[in-house]
Write a protein that binds this ligand. Structure first.
Ligand code: FUB
Length: 322
């Protein structure tokens, strides 16, 4: 009898350990290093995470492909493998950087930055690096995606880190930081080109350097979020997808290296995905990037509460959803 009791207690402890153990960085069941997470919940209710892929000890952000992961509980993840690689592109051979994805017209549109050349950090005038934004299409959220244009959406200005946002009326927008400006362009209905010109948004007079913008809508408020100076996650709010925007403050403080994020609602709870520079699971002397997640809470007036990095991450759904 006593033995049965002990076994029952042990079973209970093991079962609970699986939901309370640290979930950061996210466990993708391999040693893969990922960065730049873009989270989306599609029709099947699962979370899909589109990430860039850091090669072990890679130099200067030379990156070659993108991965898709999916999960029904944010704890157990399936790696669907590379959904696109620069080898599939005729116009770029490197810099498979921060991607995004959107669903429209019954298809999935994977929007990605890629490029060629090299950056000369000592003599910048000798740099040959160029980056542009492409769009690839698939019938499946996990790809494989194909590039129907065979080129970037535009060649000037130089651009990376696109964010795709589809408004409630189906209008699609692409956001990026180009030439020091906060730019947006409307996508054509077929999502394969932009409609009209770039629009320089009114950021209320506060325009720090940034990359990796993210736009979402909640209770009629538009949120424009970004890593300020590429490191501190902060946000603006507005009444339209093109602004004007009002700066509201910090979501997550900097911890040194670049940060890149996305914010998405999952089962009534808002989630912040981001990456950290960590030594864990690395054969490399340097820290490497790995994707993490935290719960994110709104105040009654729609402002966002500051998020702290934790080890537990999203291991246990909170009961006080906001
Ligand atoms: O991963 C390469 C680049 O680093 C991304 O495009 C930026 O957002 C930064 O995370």
């Amino acid at each position: 009898m006593r033995q049965i009791k002990i076994q029952t207690i042990l079973l209970f402890l093991v079962a609970n350990a699986s939901i309370s153990f640290a979930q950061n960085p996210l466990n993708f069941n391999s040693n893969i290093k990922t960065a730049d997470p873009s989270g989306h919940v599609w029709q099947d209710g699962k979370m899909y995470l589109y990430t860039s892929h850091d090669e072990e000890c890679q130099p200067d952000f030379f990156m070659k492909d993108w991965h898709v992961f999916s999960s029904s509980d944010l704890v157990n993840w399936t790696d669907h493998g590379p959904c696109l690689s620069v080898d599939d592109l005729s116009w770029a051979d490197n810099y498979a950087w921060a991607p995004d994805c959107a669903y429209k017209n019954g298809k999935y549109y994977f929007c990605f930055p890629a490029g060629t050349g090299v950056k000369d950090r000592v003599n910048p005038e000798k740099s040959t690096k160029w980056m542009g934004i492409g769009i690839a299409v698939s019938d499946s959220p996990t790809g494989p995606f194909t590039d129907p244009i065979g080129g970037p959406l535009w060649t000037d200005p130089y651009a990376n880190d696109p964010c795709l946002f589809i408004d409630d009326d189906g209008s699609a927008y692409v956001y990026f930081h180009g030439g020091g400006d906060y730019l947006v362009a409307e996508m054509a209905d077929d999502m394969l080109s932009i409609k009209g010109d770039f629009y320089k948004m009114d950021m209320g007079g506060y325009e720090p350097k940034m990359e990796g913008p993210w736009v979402f809508k909640r209770n009629g408020i538009y949120y424009f979020t970004m890593p300020e100076n590429n490191r501190t996650l902060s946000y603006y709010t507005g009444e339209s997808p093109k602004g004007p925007w009002k700066y509201q403050g910090v979501i997550m403080q900097s911890e040194g290296g670049n940060n890149h994020h996305s914010i998405v609602e999952f089962k009534g709870q808002w989630i912040l995905f981001y990456h950290r520079w960590l030594h864990s699971n690395s054969t490399c002397e340097k820290t490497q990037r790995q994707v993490c997640a935290e719960y994110l809470y709104f105040n009654a007036d729609g402002t966002i509460q500051e998020v702290k990095r934790t080890e537990a991450g999203v291991s246990k759904m909170p009961t006080d959803k906001k």
